[in-house]
Design a protein. Structure first.
Length: 308
């Protein structure tokens, strides 16, 4: 493990990463930290620069393509990006981050894996990515089928939801490689008191934590449920095809998104069934105990209830 001394700041690449977990408050955390005067956020949240390495044989683009996302930064101590899929990238991603970036600080946000799984399901559902999946039970069955076929996490698969929740299968790699340069936070704590969580992160980063009380802590990236998933899927295809054009017309883009929201968003009729929740919780129980043991061994004490 590395210690906290001789931290290198500056440079023209990211030195502060939010590496995961998906659906665990990473978007909110990115925008909260981006308000700090000593942190310069990338020009978009998810740069996905290291994501090709999730696939065997994948190659990184030239670093200049990564560097351009921070060209607007000045003398801030940190350059921040957040790509949640980095967390389960394995040794290839860990190796590349170690050799490419100037001793980065890394934040990983964990969340009750059952609630995270439900959130992943409702997110994929509202995006129109689950044709033929009519319920949470169906989604779990599809995720379990993927795990049985020896493909626990497949890049860009819509059925990674269950496997991602076994945090112990990849969290240890980050802690062992980066030591005290990794900070684990919890989505539950972030939801309860975001200012306190952000202030502690600022202290860990050796930047002014006093300004954290001035930040806007509005929730970000809350899932808006689709009334009609077919319409949602169609809208997503159209959005991909017109993304380049709409980036040049932000007012039009906002107007179209507003119209879509009025037409096709509403409440989700399905709920998280307690029986199903208990069944999934039992699948995660041993893994959660292992994670709690690992975290306590490196000094974490205030763990959320699902780890206690």
């Amino acid at each position: 493990m590395r210690d906290n001394t001789d931290v290198h700041f500056g440079g023209d690449l990211a030195n502060l990463l939010i590496a995961g977990i998906p659906k665990a408050g990473t978007t909110s955390l990115f925008w909260y930290l981006a308000q700090h005067p000593e942190i310069c956020p990338a020009d978009e949240k998810e740069l996905r620069y290291f994501k090709p390495l999730l696939t065997e044989g994948g190659r990184l683009a030239d670093p200049s393509t990564y560097r351009k996302h921070f060209s607007h930064c000045g003398a801030q101590r940190y350059r921040l990006e957040a790509t949640p899929s980095y967390c389960y990238g394995g040794d290839r991603v860990l190796d590349a981050i170690q050799t490419t970036l100037p001793r980065p600080r890394i934040i990983i946000s964990l969340r009750d894996p059952v609630k995270r799984l439900w959130s992943a399901y409702t997110f994929q559902r509202t995006k129109g990515n689950l044709p033929g999946i009519d319920s949470f039970e169906d989604y779990i069955a599809a995720c379990e089928k993927q795990r049985r076929e020896d493909a626990e996490i497949i890049p860009d698969s819509h059925f990674n939801g269950l496997s991602i929740g076994f945090y112990g299968s990849y969290l240890g790699g980050w802690l062992d490689r980066f030591g005290h340069d990794v900070r684990v936070v919890f989505a539950e704590h972030l939801a309860e008191n975001p200012g306190a969580v952000v202030a502690r992160i600022c202290s860990w980063l050796s930047i002014d934590e006093g300004v954290a009380h001035t930040f806007d802590y509005s929730a970000r990236n809350a899932t808006s449920h689709a009334r009609n998933t077919t319409l949602s899927r169609t809208a997503r295809v159209i959005n991909k095809k017109t993304d380049g054009l709409l980036r040049k017309a932000p007012a039009l883009r906002r107007g179209l998104r507003g119209t879509y929201a009025r037409v096709n968003t509403g409440s989700l009729r399905e709920g998280l069934d307690p029986v199903t929740s208990t069944r999934v919780e039992q699948q995660y129980r041993a893994a959660n105990r292992a994670v709690a043991t690992k975290l306590r061994a490196v000094g974490y004490e205030n763990l959320p209830p699902w780890l206690e």
